[in-house]
Design a protein around this ligand. Structure first.
Ligand code: ZN
Length: 277
């Protein structure tokens, strides 16, 4: 059974990367003016900013800071590379704390040519190594499984079952999972694994967009909700059934939309949210 249509924007969150041409300040003003309840900030949007001041600005605009994107990329062939990744993840945790974001989303990483089992071990070890810092800062780490088409280079964690296994194995209240429909919509175990994730208290974030046919670019051709084949409302029903009451985060990487008028795009996002999410 699908969830009922949404009737307000209080749980709509938009990622800064969705409207990438806008600086974070302008994105925040526009989201706020549209009545959108939350914002997820990508780290590139914070370059050159006083992060605490940016966090204050977002709150003054009545936006909830939903998460910081992103940390991760733990696997490396060399130990020195893995150490740099740990340093960077600790910085991401500090940035989230300064911004007031409750968690950092992890794109876990992979190394082309390195066995996936080795990358997965390095991911587990990397998260475990960053955990004490995250706990001290009061920031959670959200493991985001990525579609298997990215298993070569972006993430060796590719199903929600794997992410659930990893989070349960790490067994910390400071580790959870981010469910992104773009990465997981095809999985026959999705309903079961969403239920497991929610029941174990590990469901931290819910990312939405759509899968276009054909998809012309594996990274930057995501669709707006309703433009593709994802059973979005059904998946939202599963997420809510599992106890999730957080934000619906619109995360769209799209060369097509980035090239267009961002104000018109934001209007489309709001319309699609009501109609399809
Ligand atoms: Zn995502």
């Amino acid at each position: 059974m699908s969830a009922a249509a949404l009737t307000d924007l209080s749980r709509l969150c938009v990622h800064t990367i969705t409207t990438k041409p806008w600086p974070v300040e302008e994105a925040a003003r526009r989201f706020s003016a549209a009545g959108i309840g939350g914002i997820t900030v990508w780290r590139d949007a914070l370059a050159g900013r006083d992060i605490r001041a940016t966090g204050r600005l977002l709150r003054e605009l009545n936006l909830r800071v939903v998460s910081l994107c992103r940390g991760g990329f733990f696997p490396h062939a060399e130990a020195a590379g893995r150490q740099l990744a740990l340093d960077d993840n600790r910085r991401a945790v500090d940035e989230a704390a300064a911004l007031g974001a409750p968690h950092v989303v992890l794109v876990c990483g992979a190394v082309p040519g390195q066995p996936l089992a080795e990358s997965r071990k390095q991911i587990r070890d990397g998260i475990a190594a960053v955990l004490p810092h995250a706990e001290a800062a009061g920031v959670k780490l959200a493991i985001e499984p990525l579609h298997p088409m990215y298993a070569d280079s972006r993430s060796a964690v590719n199903t929600l079952a794997q992410a659930n296994d990893l989070a349960e194995d790490l067994a910390s209240p400071w580790v959870g999972v981010a469910v992104d429909v773009y990465h997981l919509w095809w999985d026959p175990s999705l309903e079961t694994e969403i239920d497991r994730c929610g029941r174990n208290g590990n469901l931290l974030a819910f990312h939405i967009c759509d899968w276009k046919t054909p998809t012309t670019d594996l990274l930057n051709d995501r669709g707006l909700m309703g433009e593709g084949c994802i059973a979005l409302r059904q998946i939202r029903g599963w997420v809510e059934q599992a106890g999730f009451a957080g934000f619906h985060e619109v995360e769209i990487f799209s060369n097509r939309y980035w090239a267009g008028d961002q104000a018109a795009f934001l209007e489309k996002i709001v319309g699609a949210y009501y109609q399809h999410s």
